[in-house]
Design a protein around this ligand. Sequence first.
Ligand SMILES: [Ca+2]
Length: 223
Amino acid sequence: MINDMLRTGFISAVLFALALANSPEVRITVDRNTGKDATPQFKFKSAPSPSKGNAASHAKLKLVLGQRDPGGADLSALTDGALPVDEDQPAANFFFNAGSYGGRFRFDFGEAIEISQVNTYSWHSSSRGPQLYNLFATDGSDPKFNPEPDGRTDPASCGWKLIATVDTRPKQGDPGGQYGVSITGSTGKLGKFRYLLFDVVPTETDDPWGNTFFSEIDVIAGK
Ligand SMILES: [Ca+2]
């Protein structure tokens, strides 16, 4: 309970900082399919479709904060290259526990690699469709580096760099749909990083069903 309250405080701070978060050298493309445009192929107008064999498939994933929903898949669903075939397929998605305030998961590539794109995909018929998260990254070299910042610790205070704040919630109307997000550097590169940290918050807390159904996350290594 106390942790939840602290987490809520941190979420507020994060949302307050939304407008300030994204640096000009980072470009975020958000795409959404609804109705018959949302297919198992995840084809978007501007965001790239999920790709097989990208750097994410070699990363070690760890849940750093929060609880997964036991009705969903474990973290491996994020990088298995498999996609859900319809808009409500819990077993094909990772999502944080119902009624919880989200959490954090980490990608570890074993060594610093040049990253050009981070692409995140989700699909759900309602408020678990949109994505709301902060992406942090680091090469792990900061002496203050904490690989597992808890709910009361801002990752930016312990060696992580905030790369992007992603918020795909529609301003109005039904939030359901299939979402594709692509985070890239304006120069084609995001940077050289060993770790990525996804700091994920629910898209709404009016009911317990605000935690995003994440279907896949791709990490495209640069040249
Ligand atoms: Ca998957």
